[in-house]
Design a protein around this ligand. Sequence first.
Ligand code: NAX
Length: 331
Amino acid sequence: AKEPARVLVTGAAGQIGYALVPMIARGIMLGLDQPVILHMLDIPPAAEALNGVKMELIDAAFPLLKGIVATTDPVEACSGVNIAVMVGGFPRKEGMERKDVMSKNVSIYKSQASALEQHAAPNCKVLLVANPANTNALILKEFAPSIPEKNITCLTRLDHNRALGQISERLQVPVSDVKNVIIWGNHSSSQYPDVYHASVVTGAGEKAVRQLVADDAWLDGEFITTVQQRGAAIIKARKLSSALSAASSACDHIRDWVLGTPKGTWVSMGVYSDGSYDVPPGIIYSYPVTCENGSWSIVQGLPINEFSRKKLDATANELVEEKALAYSCLI
Ligand code: NAX
């Protein structure tokens, strides 16, 4: 039998945490043959709720769940973890300035970076979910210099899955037959959901999404804005932000990263930019990636037309600005 993997979820008493921890305990993230020990971190005001989540995990009697650490101490939470899913953060409240929210999250991710760097297992893989996800991941990277930069990523898989979902609905094909959409850039409304390289698997081979949809106005307009604004649409409908889809996508992100992407398929991940596709290096930017043997590589050589170029640049510019804002909070 495999040794249990230790998986940290921060913000575990929150809504995404509540949806995510049972998925992990059921083997959806790391596989049905992989035992897990869940580490759950939250802040003292949420300690009682966190304990309630722990009680429910015990009550669910998950066969793969070999242990639970529920704590408000970041050092205890980070000790020996192989995977860290960072969901805890400071939400933007009405009337708050962008800089104030940034400043709170910068200080959270600065200190959690140190806890991870000092106490996580070597080669721990980190997924930042809390917003601003890309920039929080960048701060974590900066303050955890001994964690390889390839191990620090942020979640844009939810946006990727939303794009697959919109194409599936439009073409009335199963979502599992749609592949190779791309989310470029920031997990914000400046992101660019790109279907120029996407296809649908049919009985007669793969067909280009653009050809099948055959409606450029929709693809270049409403499709893009629907994916960009989907988070807001969920809040409007549910009076709460996305949780089950966010949790499920976080599992997809880690599963594909650890176990590999299927041949011929890529996924979107926010990763440290090396300048690929003329994106400025030194920001966490969402790219198309394939994964093998526990590591990702950016898909290279996709042609980028003028329409896409502008959108790749606009979302990169926003990330460069966010980075400057985050750094101004450090002084
Ligand atoms: P909730 O407010 O329900 O939960 C957040 C939890 O984090 C709370 O229990 C809170 O006590 C805890 N927390 C706060 N500061 C902490 C700290 N320093 N250490 C540990 N825990 C801390 O929010 P929820 O709906 O679960 O969303 C969590 C985060 O995910 C938010 O930042 C949200 O914006 C972000 N999202 C990111 C998405 C993505 O695709 N990247 C999509 C979904 C989601 O909106």
